[in-house]
Design a protein around this ligand. Sequence first.
Ligand SMILES: *[C@@H]1O[C@H](CO)[C@@H](O)[C@H](O)[C@H]1NC(C)=O
Ligand SMILES: *[C@@H]1O[C@H](CO)[C@@H](O)[C@H](O)[C@H]1NC(C)=O
Ligand SMILES: *[C@@H]1O[C@H](CO)[C@@H](O)[C@H](O)[C@H]1NC(C)=O
Ligand SMILES: *[C@@H]1O[C@H](CO)[C@@H](O)[C@H](O)[C@H]1NC(C)=O
Ligand SMILES: *[C@@H]1O[C@H](CO)[C@@H](O)[C@H](O)[C@H]1NC(C)=O
Ligand SMILES: *[C@@H]1O[C@H](CO)[C@@H](O)[C@H](O)[C@H]1NC(C)=O
Ligand SMILES: *[C@@H]1O[C@H](CO)[C@@H](O)[C@H](O)[C@H]1NC(C)=O
Ligand SMILES: *[C@@H]1O[C@H](CO)[C@@H](O)[C@H](O)[C@H]1NC(C)=O
Length: 681
Amino acid sequence: MFSQALGAVALAVSCLVSVSTAITYSPVQPPSYPLAVRSPYLSAWIPGSEAASLSSNNAQFWAGNKLTWSVIARVNGSTYNLFGVASPPEGTTSATVTEATYTSTHSTFVVTAGSRQFTLDFFSPVSPKNYLRQSLPFSYLTVTLAAGDSSSVQIYSDIDSKWTGQTSDSTWSHTTSGSASVFQISGVGAATYAQNSDGQALWGSAVYATSGTSLSTQSGPISTVRKQFVNNGTLSDSYADWTPGGVVAFSHNLGTTADETAVTFAIGHVREESINYLGAAQTGYYRATYKETPAAVAYFLEDYDDANTESTKLDDLVQSTGISSYGTNYSDILALSVRQTYGGIEITIPNESLDTSDTRAFIKEISSDGNINTVDVIYATFPIFYILSPEYLKLLLAPIFDYMATSAYTKNYAVHEIGANYPNATGHPADGEEMPIEESGNVIFLAYAYQKATGNTDFANTYAAQLKTYATYLQDNGLYPAAQLSLNDALGALANQTNLAIKAAVGLATYGALIGDASYTTVGKEWGDKIWTDHLGTDANGTRFLIQYGITPWFLVYNHYPDLLFGLDAFPDEAYNATTNFYPTVRETAGVPLDGSLGWGQTNWQSFAAATVSGDARDIFISDLHAYMSNGLNSAPFSDRYWVEASGSYSAGESYSFRARPTLGSHFALAALSGANTWSS
Ligand SMILES: *[C@@H]1O[C@H](CO)[C@@H](O)[C@H](O)[C@H]1NC(C)=O
Ligand SMILES: *[C@@H]1O[C@H](CO)[C@@H](O)[C@H](O)[C@H]1NC(C)=O
Ligand SMILES: *[C@@H]1O[C@H](CO)[C@@H](O)[C@H](O)[C@H]1NC(C)=O
Ligand SMILES: *[C@@H]1O[C@H](CO)[C@@H](O)[C@H](O)[C@H]1NC(C)=O
Ligand SMILES: *[C@@H]1O[C@H](CO)[C@@H](O)[C@H](O)[C@H]1NC(C)=O
Ligand SMILES: *[C@@H]1O[C@H](CO)[C@@H](O)[C@H](O)[C@H]1NC(C)=O
Ligand SMILES: *[C@@H]1O[C@H](CO)[C@@H](O)[C@H](O)[C@H]1NC(C)=O
Ligand SMILES: *[C@@H]1O[C@H](CO)[C@@H](O)[C@H](O)[C@H]1NC(C)=O
């Protein structure tokens, strides 16, 4: 009897387990799904491991702090929690998640609630060449009721002031603009350009909006507002004052319908003064057209069909580019990298003139230190721009070159970044990091990537004198680098760093191509021969590159990637063949580390290296990256640094410190070899 009862319990438990895990992940289960990822301050995610229990798990800001964002549906009077209801109201049921999918621009979850099925489509547009669409700091959530029986259905959604970075003192308001119903929530008393400890913007407003014919709205304490929906399906259209934990909410009454029906919400975070560029405010590009937030979000809602059509085209391009470059493992990686990369960037114009002929772009070094327009971060990211939006290289570089031309900057080499703390692009601090060869080489690569991909010589012409200064710095200092930091600043300042000398050699060859002066190209080749053929930067037998001249361990060099991409031939084929043979011999459990003394690797530089090798070496770089991305050990927004072997309490394949960095554009390095500027829309 007793054992039979136990058996029955075990059976019941296994049924429950099989129900809750009956979820299909397509193409794989990523560490974290982007939900609303459009700017450094609109960056909401859900860990891959929480997708199966979406109904009771909260969205998270990139830093991991929780955000209130729920979807609840009534189906013929019964209430189902579809998403983000951590404390389910009495009498409600959790919906069952059956499918979780990501593409370059959408994260989609299919859930069953009673007799009906819903799809939650979290869609963050990436519009590489449409600055208006790209700059709108909003993201879509479309809830689609699948065709089914003729039950009566209402769909509810709310957010709270956690989206403002401040939960202690906020205000909210409701307004309409055209057909859009718009809530805004703002923190009280925050300094402009200030962040909380999680990196959220404290100034500006969180925005939640929707439009529809049978819409009701309400703001107030969370339990009051949700109870109103659960009991009635319709909200009260009344607006209580802000209270801690309170929500702003919408309910769409779809009525009694057997048809497929969809409602769309827009979530966002707006800052009129978005970036402080050298003491003057920049604002979002979209403000040239839509000065007021309600009009901007109303336009965003109206733009849904066009944005969605574009997203399908972009998803297809990324998918086909990935597959033709290296199969579906590679396209899975690329698709997950797109929103994270563009979501670290903002497109701006001067707040005062709103002049769109004076457009700039700013990128945040999310999670690693918050620097703004870090040159080596742009270098890591550039392959995606090379393919999808080469103009971004100019938009990101121009603010750096303009700053370097001011009297505040007196160095004869390129700067590391233009401010320690995004969004304050107020200049490189006196005690900031100096990476002279690193950044001088990088600005030349980036300027040429722009020129080669677009055919435009305007950047090289406008900044000719500065570019020459940085090339001269490389020529005078690059073959035997003094003890300088490289972008791998964790290694400290090392003299004669082989990878820096490679950067200088390829940088000079690139400068020759940029300005059409073969003498620089010749120097680049001579240095390439010294470093490789004469073994200055290799082991005595010439089988691998070393970290420093004559000093072990080996190093994963990636700075000759631009040599291949641009077809410069600064390094001989033997060098590429040797690394092709070598890297598979130093692969650890979960991948190739950055050098022979480290237990961790970086997906950015593994991806650059993958593009410089062939055969087995390329296979292991791509397979290991795919395995790391889908191994189920990680839950942070994609981290580009991970343990390739077990270390301390970490297992091989676990991420290490970084998260949500826009540097994932690096994953496109291999794809970029097959062509520049292939996106048009
Ligand atoms: C919904 O509820 C009504 C009233 O209880 C009932 O008549 C109807 O059959 C139900 N519809 C469905 C599809 O279950
Ligand atoms: C940016 O500068 C302002 C002062 O102008 C300061 O209040 C704010 O905290 C700074 N932001 C960051 C992220 O450091
Ligand atoms: C409940 O909803 C109906 C419409 O479906 C509305 O007429 C009524 O006022 C609501 N009751 C309350 C208490 O909100
Ligand atoms: C930005 O522009 C708005 C609208 O013209 C203005 O109210 C605000 O003062 C400006 N901010 C700054 C810092 O110039
Ligand atoms: C750099 O390498 C060269 C050639 O091996 C050597 O002469 C020089 O002393 C090294 N510089 C430093 C700072 O170690
Ligand atoms: C160099 O190659 C020779 C011949 O293959 C080998 O005996 C020697 O051990 C190698 N030296 C090093 C430092 O790898
Ligand atoms: C490099 O490897 C390829 C493929 O194995 C081979 O065809 C080529 O001859 C090699 N080139 C050199 C310079 O070793
Ligand atoms: C794809 O990646 C997985 C690891 O996620 C690996 O096991 C598999 O071999 C790879 N497939 C191909 C065709 O490289």
